[in-house]
Write a protein that binds this ligand. Structure first.
Ligand SMILES: Cc1cc2nc3c(=O)[nH]c(=O)nc-3n(C[C@H](O)[C@H](O)[C@H](O)COP(=O)(O)OP(=O)(O)OC[C@H]3O[C@@H](n4cnc5c(N)ncnc54)[C@H](O)[C@@H]3O)c2cc1C
Length: 462
């Protein structure tokens, strides 16, 4: 069947307004950072219901038509790239928050809803959806589920995987799998929803989800800490955790090379802590009593200073001060703006070995003449660090050279080439540093079974 055939059929079945082609595609793009590059696609589809998606996938399956799913286009691994042979499905119209169930503490939502709107809907009912990261204003929940996103609160509340109770998914052939249950416990065979979480749209298209909410914390206190060495960063995490009785909710580390430009961009000349320490940590507690929690944290920080675990501390409890402090970690675009050509990494390693790994990588990067700087920071309590490598040149060779330096040592540390961003296109060649041939073989078998024509996000991950 020819190309026009499928587009005609899709227009007939969905209506003209939901199928964009030719000139209508020019204003579209495949990533929020590449808005100047027009989308490559045969057509862009705008379903506004699960029924539309079933029709789309049945038609695409019939034609063996490859599809690429677009959420908020904030992924960092090239997983929404497409070619002019693909049909792109954008989930932007399926953005309704369907229900907030206060007793069950669940929120039922369509996959195209923006993360920040979900957070707000929960907050309005005195509840919280704890998934939080810098791209929350653009990322959709379907994208976050498909990438099993992590972010700033994983340490206390887990990855997206831990926050999803039910899913509705359309498979490659248009079969609808609906399991929008609100249950915490359900041991009835395989937990099928987990297959789609983190699958980057390669096994099915998520249309709706039931999310787990938690009670809104009644207190929030934050502090910026400075450290003389990495060993103290690790020891203080353990010490704070055991002394804060479960209220420690974030512990994010910034290497000096990252703190300096971030602090200058956020605070100008009025830095919360001097820029001369090797390590900084942004920590947060979430509890039930603002004043008592503040006092407890201040006592602990004073103890930590006396015991020389930390070298300096800048606590803050007013919401405005805290927002500003957290900009240090949430607005990495300040660092990206300094880069000529930036390359991003998110690595998982055992916490105790992070420093050694980073030192080794920095030494090797130093040998590459086109590397200008490497900014290091991350979700320290999860053993997850990010590197942003600034280069004078772009291109395959430089990308591959930096990739090798960063990824090659991972295997010997028992780490992962992707802590939270996923594999997409960018990390495919390095999957074997984290996964055995048998694991990759099983993934390929699953893909073959669930998408025998290979039409869902073709070429991504595997
Ligand atoms: C400034 C910034 C900060 C970030 N910080 C973090 C962070 O701290 N932690 C973190 O984990 N990530 C982070 N990210 C990465 C990114 O935000 C996440 O990967 C996010 O979850 C992607 O959501 P999205 O809606 O933008 O998905 P997209 O980028 O549109 O898509 C991502 C993948 O999911 C698939 N997909 C999208 N919607 C669906 C659906 N409904 N069904 C099936 N497949 C679908 C796509 O095909 C693609 O493979 C950050 C990104 C930026 C730009």
């Amino acid at each position: 069947m020819d190309e026009l055939g499928i587009i005609k059929q899709l227009i007939n079945k969905l209506g003209q307004g939901k199928v964009l082609t030719d000139d209508e595609l020019k204003a579209r793009y495949s990533h929020i950072w590449e808005m100047d590059r027009p989308l490559q696609a045969k057509a862009l589809l705008l379903p506004d219901s699960t029924e539309d998606l079933v029709i789309i996938m049945k038609t695409c399956y019939q034609f063996g038509q490859p599809v690429v799913v677009h959420g908020g286009l904030t992924n960092l691994v090239g997983s929404t790239q497409s070619s002019n042979q693909d049909v792109v499905i954008s989930m932007e119209k399926m953005n309704r928050i369907l229900e907030v169930d206060e007793d069950n503490r669940t929120l039922t939502v369509e996959a195209g809803a923006i993360l920040e709107n979900i957070q707000q809907a929960a907050w309005n009912k005195n509840l919280m959806f704890p998934l939080n990261f810098g791209a929350k204003g653009s990322a959709q929940i379907g994208g976050a589920i498909s990438t099993n996103a992590g972010g700033l609160k994983v340490f206390k509340y887990g990855m997206t995987r831990n926050l999803v109770l039910g899913l509705e998914v359309v498979l490659a052939d248009g079969t609808l799998i609906s399991s929008l249950k609100k249950l915490i416990k359900d041991n009835t065979g395989y937990d099928l929803k987990q297959l789609f979480i983190g699958a980057e749209g390669t096994l099915g298209i998520i249309t709706k989800a039931v999310l787990k909410l938690i009670e809104k914390p009644r207190s929030r206190n934050s502090a910026l800490l400075a450290f003389e060495d990495y060993n103290r960063v690790v020891k203080t995490l353990k010490w704070l955790e055991s002394n804060l009785a479960g209220t420690l909710s974030a512990y994010e580390v910034l290497w000096q090379v990252t703190y300096r430009p971030m602090a200058a961009a956020v605070f100008g000349n009025n830095l919360p802590l001097a820029p001369d320490f090797p390590y900084y940590v942004l920590m947060e507690t979430s509890g039930a009593d603002q004043e008592k929690d503040r006092q407890r944290l201040e006592h602990l920080l004073s103890d930590a200073l006396d015991q020389e675990m930390i070298t300096d501390a800048a606590p803050s409890d007013s919401p405005a001060q805290q927002e500003q402090l957290w900009e240090l970690r949430e607005h990495m675009d300040h660092v990206v703006a300094l880069c000529q050509h930036d390359q991003h990494f998110d690595i998982s390693l055992p916490i105790g070995q992070i420093e050694e790994y980073v030192l080794g990588v920095l030494m090797e990067l130093d040998k590459l003449p086109f590397v200008r700087e490497c900014y290091v920071f991350g979700h320290m309590a999860d053993g997850n660090i990010h590197l942003i490598v600034d280069k004078t040149k772009q291109g395959k060779e430089t990308i591959n050279a930096v990739n090798e330096v960063v990824y090659a040592p991972i295997q010997s540390y028992g780490g992962s080439v992707s802590a939270e961003h996923g594999i997409g296109m960018h990390k495919k060649a390095y999957l074997h540093y984290s996964r055995s041939p048998e694991e990759i073989g099983l993934m390929q078998s699953l893909k073959q079974m669930m998408d025998p024509l290979g039409i869902l996000n073709k070429g991504k991950i595997l």
